[in-house]
Design a protein around this ligand. Sequence first.
Ligand code: AMP
Ligand code: MG
Length: 344
Amino acid sequence: MIEVTRVYDFKNGINNLALKKSGEKIRNGKLVIFPTETVYGIGANALDSKAVDDIFIAKGRANDNPLIVHVSDFAMIKDLVEEPNTMEKKLLDAFMPGPFTLILKKKDIIPNNVSANLDTVGIRMPSNKIAHDLIEAAGVPIAAPSANVSSRPSGTQVEDIIDEFQDKVDIIIDGGKTNIGIESTVVKVIDDIPTILRPGKITPEDIMAVVGVCKLSDNLFKKVDGVVESPGMKYKHYAPKSKCLLVYSDNDEEMLNIIKQNIMEKTLIIGCDEHAYSYDCYKYLNYGKKLDYDAISHNIFAYLRQADKYDPDLIIIEGVKKEGIGIAIMNRLIRAAGYNYIEK
Ligand code: AMP
Ligand code: MG
């Protein structure tokens, strides 16, 4: 039983005593929410299957959806997975620490609930200092999915998370709004080709630049079911409570026109700075300059949550071009909109 959730404020720096306590909690089988450079994670000792079960319960997560294991250094990886091959080693060297998850063959030490009974496990080494220092303080790898109740937008700031996890976790560490705002790029090497199972800040171009080859999974922009390369692909995710419509066209006029035709009485629009005064709508949330995809990814989950607070009849979201981190933004938005998507 958790009496009350403690919130530690690390926005202006890490408090070493609080960090030590948080590490102890993890080591002793408790749940701690912590920031990373991508989104907030809800973490537990990855080697303690009972603690890992508690993550699934707190999130209401399907138990066939595996968790990513977070490490603080390369030595920790060695104990968890079989020796990576040459291609996998190149990727580890190039992208860790950073917003990157590599799927590797797991050792038996990883409990089966972490990997949802797969023989592989996702490994990530966050570059965020709080995340890194917490894993080090815990002295054990930390299994952590995004800190949000399943199906909801990922948590990128404590204000958004606190209601969902109040009294369900022992500690929440507040490190301010996360930098990238979208979850890590998940990659699995299949037939010696790095294959992106979930797009993120590390783009296909970044991977090509290092190893000369990269593939995108066929399932990034469509609804899938049954057995897929990455179980998370098939679940409802990132969704506001209100009905959503996502619209994109390379031609700005066309996008504006489609959106105008779909506006209803209480329509909230999430879109770019340049279009802030283009629509006659109930409320407009400005996610950043049209081509500033880093700003858009930084803001998007917080705005999907904020949108619900206005209780609109419809949320219309302006899409972005599927290039660079725009691939990741559209992968999340298409799901947030429940595949209700117009592209012209
Ligand atoms: P989240 O924990 O919310 O960041 O989601 C983790 C994502 O990583 C989900 O989409 C999972 O399906 C994916 N994932 C985790 N472990 C594996 C694995 N062993 N094989 C394939 N995908 C994985
Ligand atoms: Mg998630």
